[in-house]
Design a binder for this molecule. Structure first.
Ligand code: DGL
Length: 249
């Protein structure tokens, strides 16, 4: 049994945990929500790197064999630093799912919803650079999405309004594939899909990240797959939002 450490700025990473348990159902999970410092999206690189180090130390103290950075913003800002500073620890980060969107589009336009931090990070800009000659890529910050999810609002008028405001510009450009580039956003997926309509595909990279974690665990040979399963939730702020989303899963 491997101990899989997972972290995010809050409850968003639970959308990755949800996919991880499907492919790795018999492992020990330790989830850390850094919700006292949420959102990460508008913070400086140095701030996010410091938080990523602090949370990594906590997860190592809890026996993590591998750490899944279940946050696009923290992956963009800190995963290279973490890999350098913790050479013994395998890290798996979030990948913006531009490739499947670019391969799947019929209109030739894809939309990316993510935080400001992710959209200006070099990881995303490099990925974007690989595809921008073939498809038109339009982006928007999911304005207020993280706050809505953290306050447990996953549907209703306020959510509809926020999703409409950030998604509509992408739809107006003709995007028929929408990439969810922040791990909080999958919790708003039903609303996003409702507003986008049936001709639009919404892509969450979490299943691919879960499969990548499985591959890495196999490579390092620490997962027997025999269990027992367990999950522990930790948080730096208030427990309510995390508990609420966890109960939903
Ligand atoms: N869930 C995060 C992400 O994937 C961070 C959101 C935030 O804290 O701004 O980007």
């Amino acid at each position: 049994m491997a101990t899989i450490g997972i972290f995010d700025s809050g409850s968003g990473g639970l959308s990755v945990y949800r996919e991880l348990v499907k492919v790795l159902p018999k492992e020990r999970y330790v989830y850390f929500a850094d919700n006292a410092h949420c959102p990460y999206g508008e913070k400086s690189l140095d701030y996010i790197r410091d938080r990523a180090r602090a949370v990594t130390d906590i997860l190592i103290g809890m026996g993590a064999d591998i750490i899944v950075v279940a946050c696009n913003t923290a992956t963009a800002a800190a995963i290279a630093t973490l890999r350098e500073e913790y050479p013994e620890m395998p890290f798996v980060g979030m990948e913006p799912a531009v490739k499947p969107a670019a391969l799947g589009t019929k209109t030739g336009v894809i939309g990316v919803l993510a935080t400001a931090g992710t959209l200006k990070g070099s990881k995303y800009l490099n990925t974007r650079g690989q595809y921008q000659d073939d498809v038109k890529i339009v982006e928007h910050v999911g304005q207020g999405f993280v706050e809505l999810v953290e306050s447990g609002k996953l549907d209703g008028e306020e959510v509809e309004k926020a999703v409409e405001a950030s998604l509509r510009p992408l739809l107006d450009e003709g995007a028929d594939n929408i990439v969810l580039g922040c791990t909080h956003y999958p919790f708003l997926r039903p609303v996003i899909e409702r507003i986008a309509g049936p001709g639009v595909k919404v892509i969450d990279p979490a299943p691919a990240v879960a499969r990548q974690t499985e591959r890495v665990l196999k490579e390092i040979g620490i997962s027997s797959g025999e269990g027992p399963f367990s999950i522990q939730l930790y948080f730096s702020g208030e427990p309510e939002s995390l508990q609420r989303i966890f109960d939903l899963l």
